[in-house]
Design a protein around this ligand. Sequence first.
Ligand code: NAD
Length: 308
Amino acid sequence: MTRTVAFVGLGRMGGPMAANLVGAGHRVLGYDVVPEAVAAAAASGVEPAASATAAAEADVVITMLPDGRHVLDLYGERGLLAAARPGTLFVDCSTIDVADARAAHEAARAAGHRALDVPVSGGVTGAEAGTLTFMAGGGAEEFAEAEPLLSAMGRKVVHCGAAGAGQAAKICNNMILGISMIGVSEAFVLAESLGLDHQALYDVASTASGQCWALTVNCPVPGPVPGSPANRDYRPGFAAPLMAKDLNLAADALRAGGVDAQLGLKAAELYAAFAEGDGAGLDFSAIVRTIRGSGAATEHTTKDGTNP
Ligand code: NAD
């Protein structure tokens, strides 16, 4: 069924996601505070719109914004909920705090609408290719209605439970990812100090019990996985500040729940420092440089195919 969708937040993720909805035959009214983002989306067939007007016309409103403050502000202060037709389905795909997600559900419900929290995994390449994984929180009816739209933008759509469950799944997944990227990076730096070749470690670990996404897809050293950001001077990919943000959400949830997860808290601490320092504009896998301590010297030796 063809739907009219308002898409608010046409950034690195939202732009290509909106384009894939157009590609699937839906009418997409797009809005972003940055005019260049709207212009880029318009080139893919998204109709430029002012947010409130777009929401009033749409069957479904999808948001893809930096954090919870933006979502709640847009829903309330900026009048998105007030502008929409009663019963509109609000689908927030941003990565935000579980408490903010539940507040967004409640605000939508109180305004006579329906809501889902549906954060994504798969990065900008997944958004462009339409291969994202979606994790949804909210009611079964709302999920069934959103599922065809989500499938047009992704490869896997999982209903995780009630309001906030999508965000809960997202921060748990990214806590695994942050910890495993640090673990893989530490292993490569240990290999360097032992005189073990990067490729040799990769060939063993990628087919042994050390196998994980941080190693086989986003490998933090250049060479073994040609498409990984390490081969393009760590241009993101998944930017370190976004990983720091997600781990901070996980750390807040760990503290709130009294969960004794020491590696999750440590990963949040390491990524916060990295994102504020050398990692500000880099892929999160560049944390290998911080672990190594002197990136430039070792990068030279790995290009030569030898390790210190
Ligand atoms: P981005 O900064 O590229 O895009 C966010 C967009 O929201 C920007 O274009 C910004 O101008 C717009 N915006 C902000 N406030 C607005 C408002 N009030 N009205 C309209 N537009 C507004 O960020 P992104 O990389 O696209 O990430 C978006 C969300 O997706 C974040 O929550 C992020 O954590 C999550 N995410 C990102 C990735 C990734 O790899 N980039 C992967 C998974 C999840």
